[in-house]
Design a protein around this ligand. Structure first.
Ligand SMILES: CC(C)(COP(=O)(O)OP(=O)(O)OC[C@H]1O[C@@H](n2cnc3c(N)ncnc32)[C@H](O)[C@@H]1OP(=O)(O)O)[C@@H](O)C(=O)NCCC(=O)NCCS
Length: 166
C-alpha cells in the first residue's frame, strides 16, 4: 500500500469509497448530497490517498479548522493559540483493506505534515466510533475533551477531541 497526495483524478474513486464506508460504518454520520464537497474542502492544507494495486483504499485530509469548538478545546489543552493547530479529517479506509496499518499510515502522514508546518495535529471523533478511537489511542493520541456538535436541524452528536503526540 502506497500513500501519496490525492490528485483530481482520484476524486471519483474517493467518492465511491466514502459511499461504501458510509453504508457500512455510518461515517460520516450524515453523508452530504455532495460527497465530493465533503472530501474536498476549499481551505484544506493537503489530502492523501492510500493506493493498493492501482486502487484507492484509503483517504485522509488536513484542514486548518473543524467546527469552532474543536480547536477551542484543543487550544485549552495545549495552551497554544487556536491557529497553531491543524485538524486531521476525512479519514476512511476501505473495509477490505482494514487492519493492515493503512489507517495508521494515513494518520501519521497527515500528522507529520501538520508538524512540518509547525502546527499541533488534532481531530474530533464521534464517541460511537470505537475502532477509530482505538487507532488514535494506539497511535499515541490523547483525549483533550468532549463536545456536543449541533446539526443545523438541531440534532446533536457527542464527540471527543484528540491531540496528536508531540
Ligand atoms: C478507523 C479506520 C480508519 C481504521 O483503519 P485501519 O486501516 O483498519 O486501521 P489500522 O489497520 O491502521 O489500525 C491500526 C491499529 O488501530 C487499532 N484499530 C483499528 N481499527 C480498529 C477496530 N475496528 N477495532 C479495534 N481496534 C482497531 C488496532 O490497534 C490496530 O492495530 P492491529 O490491527 O494491529 O490491532 C477504519 O476502520 C475506517 O475507515 N472506519 C470507518 C470510518 C471512520 O470511523 N473514520 C474515522 C472518523 S473520525
Amino acid at each position: 500500500v502506497r500513500i501519496r497526495r490525492r490528485r483530481e483524478a482520484d476524486l471519483a474513486e474517493c467518492v465511491r469509497l466514502a459511499e461504501v464506508v458510509h453504508a457500512q460504518d455510518n461515517y460520516p454520520l450524515r453523508l452530504p448530497g455532495n460527497i465530493r464537497a465533503f472530501l474536498v474542502s476549499g481551505d484544506a492544507m493537503a489530502a492523501w490517498v492510500a493506493e493498493e494495486d492501482g486502487e484507492v483504499v484509503g483517504h485522509v485530509a488536513l484542514h486548518p479548522r473543524s467546527h469552532s469548538e474543536v480547536v477551542h478545546v484543543a487550544s485549552e489543552a495545549t495552551g497554544l493559540p487556536e491557529d497553531h493547530h491543524a485538524v486531521i479529517a476525512r479519514l476512511l479506509v476501505a473495509p477490505r483493506a482494514r487492519r493492515q496499518g493503512v489507517g495508521r499510515g494515513l494518520l501519521d502522514v497527515a500528522a507529520a505534515e501538520a508538524r512540518a508546518r509547525g502546527l499541533r495535529p488534532v481531530l474530533d471523533v464521534v464517541t460511537a466510533y470505537h475502532g477509530a478511537m482505538r487507532l488514535y489511542e494506539q497511535s499515541g493520541w490523547t483525549r483533550a475533551g468532549q463536545i456536543t456538535f449541533r446539526f443545523p436541524d438541531g440534532e446533536t452528536v457527542e464527540e471527543f477531541v484528540y491531540l496528536g503526540p508531540t
